[in-house]
Design a protein around this ligand. Structure first.
Ligand SMILES: [Zn+2]
Length: 282
């Protein structure tokens, strides 16, 4: 099924999902939302989604999730409300802009996952690298660039959490042991050196079950305290802190489709992959 068809099905799917939900007990857990490049033209729809999340779900800070995941705090009370943590992958400059324009004004703290080696590539070459490394030669909707180290330092100073997304956005399941170690461990060292903060969070590139394996997890565990996947699902207690499930959301998709992601209406498609991931991360 293509994306356009999924989007068209969003509204009726959401209605069916709500009816079915009426027959099951209220959900107890939290969601982690993932955004990629929030373009200038998407800032308004991004702000609208964030305000919807504040009103209907509630926002978690990274430190809230750290405490819940390590068992030192409980989920905030709220009948049937599933609060959300906001995260961004890849480190696009546009995501630093939405921090300044949307998140900081609302007092929201997010996690930014970045690739240190890609940020050091000269600006004029970045779009080509993004096309090859991140989009794997599929069409990119518009010219993209990464944020600078100064942008990243400003995010850190505003209280956001900086995590590693590997050194150079490699598929960890497809590279050698030595490369894997470099991508996972060295990226933490570079971030620590440049930002003077030891990164505790990691998110592996591409996020699907085929882009990760047990060997990578052994290294991730040695270098980080929390790891996010791109697999959809509700994070329930006891939380597996190395398999934090996330809901990718495109702010340019229809609002009903965004709300479908927010209430876990797409999770069933990931259930098998999540089961496999949990085996590696227990
Ligand atoms: Zn990525």
């Amino acid at each position: 099924m293509n994306t356009a068809l999924y989007y068209r099905l969003g509204a009726p799917w959401l209605r069916v999902h709500r009816v079915l939900r009426g027959f099951t007990p209220p959900q107890r857990g939290f969601h982690i939302l993932t955004f990629h490049d929030v373009f200038q033209g998407e800032q308004e729809s991004f702000a609208r989604l964030i305000d919807h999340v504040i009103e209907h779900h509630g926002i978690l800070r990274p430190e809230d999730v750290e405490k819940i995941a390590t068992g030192t705090a409980e989920l905030p009370p709220g009948a049937g409300r599933v609060p959300c943590l906001i995260t961004f992958d890849d480190g696009y400059v546009s995501d630093a802009t939405v921090a300044a324009k949307v998140l900081n004004k609302r007092g929201i703290k997010a996690v930014y996952f970045v690739c240190p080696a890609l940020m050091d590539i000269p600006k004029e070459r970045q779009n080509a690298v993004i096309f090859e490394r991140i989009y794997e030669k599929q069409a990119i909707p518009s010219h993209r660039v990464f944020m600078s180290w100064d942008d990243l330092a400003r995010l850190r100073d505003a209280g956001h959490t900086i995590g590693s997304h590997t050194m150079s956005h490699q598929r960890l399941s497809a590279i050698s042991e030595a490369e894997r170690t470099r991508e996972i461990v060295e990226s933490a060292a570079v971030l620590q050196q440049r930002l003077a903060v030891k990164p505790r969070w990691f998110a592996y590139p591409f996020g699907d079950i085929h882009s990760i394996n047990a060997e990578s997890y052994a290294i991730i565990r040695s270098a980080y305290e929390f790891c996010c996947t791109g697999l959809r699902g509700l994070n329930t207690t006891p939380v597996s802190r190395f398999a934090l499930l996330r809901q990718p959301i495109d702010p340019s998709s229809p609002f009903d489709y965004q709300r479908l992601s927010l209430c876990g209406g797409l999770d069933f498609m990931y259930a098998r992959a999540v089961k496999r991931l949990m085996l590696w991360t227990k």
